[in-house]
Design a protein around this ligand. Structure first.
Ligand code: ZN
Length: 279
């Protein structure tokens, strides 16, 4: 599942492609991608609007229009694809040969932006205003933004009894941390994911904040080199496994001590950690 660094890399690559372009037409090829909004809603809102910029909030990609906005959420497997023109879209979208799975396509003045999710969990929605989207409005502080400050983070931790891992995954507190990077941050901060958020000493909270910032910065760097290629529908981020220290390493030795990485279930998801050096 794309997490915040992946989505940020997508947005930075997308912005120069779409900025200032008018949306000529919207094709909803698989209506499930816009549900539960009415089928015509997206086209009604976006047609003939100009894209002012591509933006991000948490794991949402935003197309900010001269009136209203479109949100794209990748969920497990969604991605963006790019076509040179409407003809290429017609020939290749969901075609048998040389086909590309496309759920929704925005025909722009120069090129066509497609949203693709074979598993159909991803969604594309249209909104008149930012606040109308309950998903967007409920998001907490964006972990890659300047608003994510150590002092504020410490206060938030102090107000929660939840285990650290669950706390970090809660998008209404800190937006953008998913399963992988919350686990990685806890390893770097040498903190046990099962500890209650409010039990952290000020020094530990600072350590965790610093770990989150540096884990995300390193992951973003990796996601931008090479940058996403929307022309290649098979493209996906490379090399992220090189920066991972605990994720997916059950039974392997800890990279810091002689401990063994363990896997436990937290909130229905796998957490990887080292019982020996994460306290
Ligand atoms: Zn260890």
């Amino acid at each position: 599942m794309p997490e915040l660094p992946e989505v940020e890399a997508v947005v930075r690559t997308l912005h120069p492609l779409v900025q200032g372009q008018r949306i000529r037409c919207v094709h909803v090829l698989h209506p499930i991608a816009v549900k539960p909004q009415p089928l015509s809603r997206l086209a009604d809102l976006a047609r003939n609007r100009r894209i002012q910029r591509a933006d991000r909030k948490g794991k949402y990609v935003l197309l900010r229009l001269d009136r209203g906005l479109v949100t794209l959420h990748f969920k497990l497997d969604g991605r963006l694809v790019w076509f040179s023109n409407a003809r290429e879209l017609r020939e290749r979208a969901n075609a048998q040969e040389n086909g590309v799975h496309v759920d929704v396509a925005f025909e722009l003045e120069k090129g066509v932006l497609g949203f693709s999710d074979r598993r159909h969990f991803g969604r594309v929605y249209a909104w008149d205003r930012f606040e109308d989207s309950s998903g967007l409005a409920s998001l907490g502080i964006d972990a890659l933004s300047r608003d994510f400050k150590a002092a504020r983070f410490r206060e938030m931790l102090a107000g929660s009894k939840r285990p650290l891992k669950d706390f970090l995954m809660d998008q209404t507190r800190v937006a953008g941390l998913g399963n992988i990077y919350s686990g990685e941050s806890l390893w770097h901060a040498r903190l046990d994911p099962r500890r209650r958020a409010k039990s952290l000493e000020p020094e530990e909270a600072r350590r965790l904040h610093k770990a989150i910032v540096s884990v995300l910065a390193r992951a973003l760097e990796c996601c931008l080199h090479p940058a996403p290629d929307f022309r290649d529908s098979q493209w996906w981020f490379q090399g992220l496994e090189k920066i991972l220290r605990v994720y997916g390493r059950e039974g392997e030795p800890c990279r810091r001590c002689d401990g063994t990485i363990q896997r436990i279930e937290q909130g229905g998801r796998s957490t990887y950690f080292c019982r020996r050096c994460q306290k």
